[in-house]
Design a protein around this ligand. Sequence first.
Ligand code: SDX
Length: 389
Amino acid sequence: MAVDSPLAPAPVERPPFRPGLEGVPATQSAICDIDGLKGLLTYRGYTVDDLVAQSSFLETAYLLIWGELPTAAQLKEFEHEVQMHRRVSFRIRDMMKSFPSQGHPMDALQASAASLGLFYSRRALDNPEYIVSAVVRLLAKIPTMVAAFQLIRKGQDPIQPRDDLPYAANFLYMLTEREPDPLAARIFDACLILHAEHSLNASTFSARVTASTLTDPYAVVASAVGTLAGPLHGGANEDVLTMLEEIGSEDRVEAWLERAIAEKQKIMGFGHREYKVKDPRAVILQKLAEQLFDQFGHDPLYDLARKLEAVAAERLGPKGIYPNVDFYSGLVYRKLGIPEDLFTPIFAIARTAGWLAHWKEQLGANRIYRPSQIYTGAAGRDWMPLQAR
Ligand code: SDX
């Protein structure tokens, strides 16, 4: 149809281009709310402070995915179902044994999450039982696969999950082959709650875009894992410790920060698109870190981190740049004896709950994501034969 035809649709008024879609609503969602000026974060209307104090990760996952807190019977059944599906096929373990041991655990996780689609390929998105089984399998098997790769890359066989241990304690057990201290397990569970959901962050957006094509949930989670891995997103938690180790001592903080600012280097674990104050999760993670230090001994990197936070508040605070969720989480994981390159896979274990909540919400009112673009390339070029170029 010619553009000037009287039957042609009227030209669409285009909104202005916003790099990174800053401030552009890309969905409606009832899952999570952020007040970035007050530093408030709620899941389904409950503050994260209350959830960390009262709930468990699996209960919070249930809340996120199904919208309401479970009854005691619903929670018991959900925990039991997840526990029953923790094991992964020997074929997946064998596949992971062929991964290079020096490969990053996030790449191993992305590949193994995607491989679940090979085993549970029946796609029945309009069947509530299929939705429940996919939710349970992903929440159950992602931690097992993270722990399995950790042992495999050390040349050991993965160990089986322990049915008598709750979710967080079982993960730490599979990782270390030792039953964790109860306080360590409780604090790790709280970390999972804090990382479970955060509205339309990059990996969740990725999950929703993938979900909108009506592909399987394993592909949804695998695409989100790939997005989370980058250093501007979940990968920053690993880089924070590298940065603190590079600074080395408290007396070098000021000079290091001045140089970093002068070189326009991003300070890892600082800044957030939504928060203009300290991320409320960083406030809680800092307290959790202190509890761990009280119980298991101090970490001098914590003093360095606090000094960096104080100096950065003077230099970057006026621009609204404060610690985000990734700044103190690494210090907690380090005290728990977790290797640095597992920090982001642990973020993924927790965020699987949020991704699944968004997958389910997307299916409830789906329309495929297909934004427009502003073309800036060449036009009307004459073809140039190969010999003439
Ligand atoms: C997560 O979105 C989520 O919810 C994510 C997350 C979740 O739970 O899902 O919260 C998890 O991804 C936390 C963020 C982890 N990333 C980092 O810690 C990496 C360092 N931070 C930044 O790169 C940055 O702050 C982002 C990526 C977090 C946000 O990027 P924006 O909103 O696109 O901001 P920007 O890069 O355009 O920066 C705006 C200004 C710039 O200054 P000007 O050029 O305007 O003068 O703020 C400055 C930036 O230089 N700035 C920083 C900074 N972050 C922003 N300057 C120094 N250090 C920083 N960290």
